[in-house]
Design a protein around this ligand. Structure first.
Ligand code: PEP
Length: 250
């Protein structure tokens, strides 16, 4: 979208032991330069690596974020991490409502919305993931699903600064399959219309990322689609060479 600074974001999922910090180091170096004025770069490693990863990015435009947060600030929630804790580690973003969280942990739209609100309170940017399953797509329900998830998962307090939408067709995640560029364009045009209807000018400036089997070979085509304001990348964000090639596609 014209006038929107794109975001190229990597989601490491439950991958990346300490040795993988070499990849963060290479990415932190690789994103230095004039392109960083135009395009934002973000890596979301596992929470165990947040603090050391942000330290490695001290003098780099590479941003570090988390993959999930609890909706509360603190308390008796064994094993969980709050948005404040992510901010305390100098993280800037948090992914909420990834389809793997929605499936593995039965996260509802209401819970995802609560997590996004927690992110705002901690002054983090929430990357709110939505997307249809393969069955929903076959049933012709893609736009209905996006409408429901947008209205249920995105808080009224969302702004173009505190919120990024990530459209990730579930059937395209980790499968090597991608929608046609026409399908991506149609889905993103629909989401843009919905966001503008609800948020006005802020909705026209809110970033909408595409995610699902983005790799160096298809990045330029996907990111060139109207209303695609960057990418959320899983598998291809683990290796610095791949991530930097996708970033460099801008
Ligand atoms: C993701 O899970 O956010 C994702 C897009 O994964 P992949 O790029 O591996 O399809």
């Amino acid at each position: 979208t014209p006038d929107i600074r794109p975001l190229v974001a990597g989601n490491w999922k439950m991958n990346g032991l300490r040795g993988a910090l070499d990849q963060i180091k290479a990415m932190a170096e690789g994103v230095k330069g004039p392109l960083s004025e135009k395009v934002e770069a973000l890596i979301c490693p596992p929470a165990t690596l947040l603090y050391v990863a942000t330290a490695l990015c001290d003098d780099s435009p590479l941003l570090i974020g988390a993959q999930d947060c609890h909706q509360d600030v603190s308390g008796a929630h064994t094993g969980d991490v709050s948005a404040e804790m992510i901010a305390d580690c100098f993280g800037t973003h948090v992914i909420v409502g990834h389809s793997e969280r929605r499936t593995d942990h039965a996260e509802s739209d209401a819970l995802v919305r609560a997590k996004a609100l927690a992110a705002f309170s901690a002054e983090l940017v929430a990357i709110i993931c939505i997307g249809e399953t393969g069955d929903e797509r076959k049933a012709g329900k893609t736009l209905d699903v996006l409408k429901t998830q947008l209205s249920g998962s995105v808080p009224d307090e969302a702004t173009a600064e505190n919120t990024v939408i990530a459209y990730e067709p579930v059937w395209a995640i980790g499968t090597g399959l991608t929608p046609t560029t026409q399908d991506v364009e149609d889905a993103h045009a629909f989401m843009r219309k919905e966001l503008v209807a609800r948020f006005g000018a802020a909705g026209s400036r809110m970033r909408i990322l595409y995610g699902g089997s983005v790799k160096p070979s298809n990045a330029r085509e996907l990111m060139g689609v109207l209303n695609v304001d960057g990418a959320l990348i899983g598998g291809a964000s683990l290796k610095s060479a791949d991530f930097l090639a996708i970033y460099g596609a801008y």
